[in-house]
Design a binder for this molecule. Structure first.
Ligand SMILES: Nc1nc2c(ncn2[C@@H]2O[C@H](COP(=O)(O)OP(=O)(O)OP(=O)(O)O)[C@@H](O)[C@H]2O)c(=O)[nH]1
Length: 779
């Protein structure tokens, strides 16, 4: 559905037509109606609420605002901490939506995929653009479920700042640690928002303590809560010594009062605030020399009269330097504390030009952008989300994809508004754009204006890289794409009929472009298609999307754990392949050795003996290494990838005219022979497990984990809860959410993350191999 709009001028550029485009609105309204017949579809996704009549003014600044006024922000957190609810409030207060969405009712803007609405979780991140007090905020909602950490990572790398949302009754949780580490890796300045201050058990002090202890971060308390749990009413702004109280009769939290704290009205609160402010000033002065000098010169005797703006500027610098994190609090659900959070985003998090992206010097004013997300739209084909680092993106522009080494054309350029998009002619550095027409670009690709500009940048980078090791790291981070973790689960997938196999292949190809953590392979024995994913939920969602988005009712085989194999002894083997094809003889003799090594990787270490000549390497190295990699993909015990292996090639003799395919085949067969002869071991995925459970259910949870070969490391006390931390083999924890729900009447939560691959004990290994072979044979 396209609606043409009147002609108007934006930033001196004439936009001949402005298309309001409602990509998935029909689907969403339909799914809302189907899911919750009594939800008023009052959000009216079909008509871009408010935007058309009232916010054209805002659109003027949407297109290419000054870079200093842009904030590219992500929200990250543990599952269920309240990211989506906080995002909804942000969108509402910024005037972007007209009514408050509710995760529990399934009508939020950013969770626009039907599954997300049903499950109340965020799976795919959606970028949303809006304005707040003259600032342009591009907000990317990131998922919290551990199965989707790749989504989080992919989004983090394009952010200039992030808000970490915490459940104030739980403080730092397992997944918070993971995303915090990811943000550290990408050096992203953060602010913390202690959400759910209204919840029973909420504790500001406890949460701050966990930030200090578990995240090893220095919290800067910019606010203090007024009341906690049921009594939570508002916050004190420590910097300005004001109290912010929300009107209890206001339905949407828009009505709140900001008043200076006065001795006669709030003596206790004022005293506490002054103490907190003095501590804050000392902390910031310790971390920022410029501010320390200023304080010493003018205010060493009287912190009280230090102007709030000076303190704010110093907090901004400290946040940017990531030597401390500002902490705010509130309750998104009860509509308290979100407007000050928005102020803090604009005040403390950096603009794109403040981030020190060193690679920018290689591109200067040339285009450099990163494709961080691909979505498939039935009508328009692939939509690629891009972060523009330098230069300008225009519609009808030909771009060069460095990773794909290809050139293609952008047909149209859109501004992303969750599931709604606005067509624009061009977009400059610092912004997030959505492009139509790029068919070969996948998530993680770097986009530049031309091949020659890429080469020029590479030359500069090389020169710089030689001078400075740090630059090389930045280059690797930016240009190497997203690190995709190995999938831990797999299952077969079948189309409803053989005739539908091409449709299934197409669907899987599209889904893989969107989601690099989904792997698809063909089982060489059965010829079946195999899906490999990051968790049960991940595979379930893919199955669901194939049905909903591609209309295919597929059958999933039983979910299986992705084991690995290794060898425990060294073996040397010789093999000869002698084949005549037509009138050509292919003759290869290979002599090689496999031996165990400690690399924790499925990529074999490859060594060449001294006898291997330069000539052989020149003509056959690629074929040899292909053969080695192929053979190591399927171990002799379970057909699983083989890890921790070093392969040494001692000799390779070929008859003239032997094809490289035959060399690969012979090397591969020789390795398989060697692996079969060696002492073998199955490795199973071992998961870090964290279960949060009330005291009364602790014993049944522990007893159950003992039966699952769980290894408990620690039981922590968190308020009234106990947090069980340990390891458990993945095979034992399938379907755990249902079991845990039953055991604890739904009161416990858990988080799982791959720790490592560990050797199975002989008895468990025997049982597994017998199960797989359907026999009682002893290996
Ligand atoms: N008491 C209370 N509950 C909240 C608050 N914010 C969110 N919730 C509830 O917490 C649950 C999770 O909220 P979401 O906003 O979906 O959390 P999320 O972090 O986006 O969850 P994922 O997308 O699944 O990671 C929902 O039931 C919300 O209603 C809050 O401030 N106070």
């Amino acid at each position: 559905m396209l609606m043409n709009f009147r002609i108007f001028t934006v930033n001196h550029q004439k936009i001949s037509s402005l298309h309001m485009n409602n990509m998935c609105c029909c689907k969403i309204i339909a799914s809302l109606k189907r899911l919750k017949p009594n939800i008023p579809v009052g959000r009216n996704y079909g008509s871009l609420p408010g935007l058309i009549e009232n916010d054209i003014k805002s659109l003027r600044s949407i297109i290419n605002p000054p870079i200093a006024k842009i904030r590219n922000i992500g929200i990250m957190a543990h599952i269920d901490a309240g990211k989506t609810t906080t995002t909804e409030r942000i969108l509402y207060y910024s005037g972007y939506t007209r009514s408050l969405g509710d995760v529990d009712d399934g009508d939020t803007v950013t969770d626009f995929m039907a599954q997300e609405r049903e499950r109340g979780i965020t799976i795919q991140s959606a970028a949303v653009t809006f304005d707040w007090k003259g600032y342009r905020i591009n907000l990317i909602d990131t998922p919290g479920h551990v199965d989707f950490t790749l989504e989080v990572e992919r989004c983090l790398r394009v952010l200039d700042g992030a808000v970490a949302v915490f459940d104030a009754s739980a403080g730092v949780e397992a997944q918070t640690l993971t995303v915090w580490r990811q943000a550290d890796k990408h050096k992203i300045p953060r602010i913390c928002f202690l959400n759910k201050m209204d919840k029973t058990g909420a504790s500001f002090n406890y949460s701050v303590e966990t930030i200090r202890e578990k995240l090893k971060a220095k919290p800067l308390l910019l606010q203090l809560p007024i009341g906690e749990a049921k009594t939570f009413r508002g916050v004190v702004d420590v910097v300005s010594k004001e109290k912010l109280i929300w009107n209890p009769n206001s339905d949407d939290g828009k009505d709140f009062e900001r008043k200076p704290l006065l001795e006669m009205n709030d003596p206790e609160l004022l005293k506490k605030t002054i103490e907190a402010r003095n501590t804050l000033i000392e902390q910031v002065a310790d971390l920022d020399d410029e501010f320390a000098g200023f304080v010493l010169e003018e205010f060493s005797e009287n912190f009280d009269s230090l102007p709030a703006e000076k303190l704010q500027t110093a907090i901004h610098r400290v946040t940017l330097a990531q030597t401390a994190v500002p902490v705010l609090c509130g309750s998104a659900l009860k509509n308290k504390g979100v407007q000050p959070l928005l102020d803090a985003i604009t005040m403390y998090l950096p603009s794109p030009e403040e981030r020190n992206y060193e690679f920018l010097q290689w591109y200067k004013d040339d285009l450099c952008a990163l494709a961080f997300k691909v979505l498939h739209d039935k009508q328009r084909g692939p939509l690629v989300f891009m972060r523009i680092y330098s230069g300008t993106i225009k519609s009808q522009l030909a771009i060069h994809n460095i990773n794909g080494n290809c050139t293609e054309r952008i047909s149209r350029l859109l501004l992303p508004f969750a599931d709604q998009h606005i067509e624009i002619p061009s977009l400059t550095a610092g912004n997030i754009a959505l492009t139509v027409g790029l068919k070969r670009t996948v998530t993680g690709d770097t986009i530049v204006s031309s091949k020659s500009s890429a080469l020029a940048a590479a030359r500069r980078a090389k020169r710089e890289g030689e001078k400075d090791r740090k630059n090389r790291e930045v280059e690797t981070l930016l240009l190497a794409g997203v690190e995709v973790p190995e999938p831990v689960f797999f299952c077969t997938i079948e189309p409803p009929s053989v005739a539908k196999q091409p449709d299934l292949d197409h669907a899987l190809k599209c889904l893989q472009r969107e989601d690099p953590s989904l792997k698809v392979r063909l089982d060489p024995d059965s010829g079946q298609t195999v899906l490999c994913g990051m968790g049960e939920l991940h595979i379930e969602i893919i199955h669901d999307r194939i049905k909903r988005e591609y209309g295919l009712d597929t059958y999933l085989g039983p979910l299986q754990v992705a084991y690995r194999e290794t060898i425990l002894s060294a073996v040397r083997v010789t093999d000869t392949l002698d084949k005549t094809l037509g009138d050509k003889q292919h003759l290869v003799t290979v002599d090689l050795e496999v031996k165990p090594t400690q690399s924790s990787s499925v990529t074999p270490v490859i060594e060449y003996a001294e006898d291997i000549s330069e000539d052989i390497l020149k003509t056959s190295q690629e074929a040899i290494e292909n053969g080695i990699h192929m053979a190591c993909l399927q171990g002799p015990l379970l057909g699983s990838p083989v890890q921790d292996v070093t392969v040494t090639l001692h000799s390779l003799i070929t008859h003239p005219g032997t094809s490289t395919t035959m060399i690969s085949a012979c090397v591969s067969r020789c390795i398989q022979k060697a692996l079969k002869k060696a002492d073998k071991q199955v490795l199973e995925p071992l998961m870090n497990l964290e279960v949060t459970v009330t005291r009364e259910y602790l014993s049944p949870v522990l007893a159950d984990l003992a039966q699952r070969r769980g290894n408990i490391q620690e039981i922590q006390t968190r308020q009234d809860n106990r947090v069980v931390i340990g390891f458990v083999p993945l095979a034992e924890i399938m379907g755990y959410s249902t079991v845990l729900r039953t055991l604890t009447s739904g009161s416990a939560t858990f988080a799982l993350e791959l720790s490592t691959y560990q050797a199975m004990n002989p008895q468990d290994q025997r049982t597994l191999l017998n199960q797989r072979s359907g026999s009682t044979k002893v290996f």
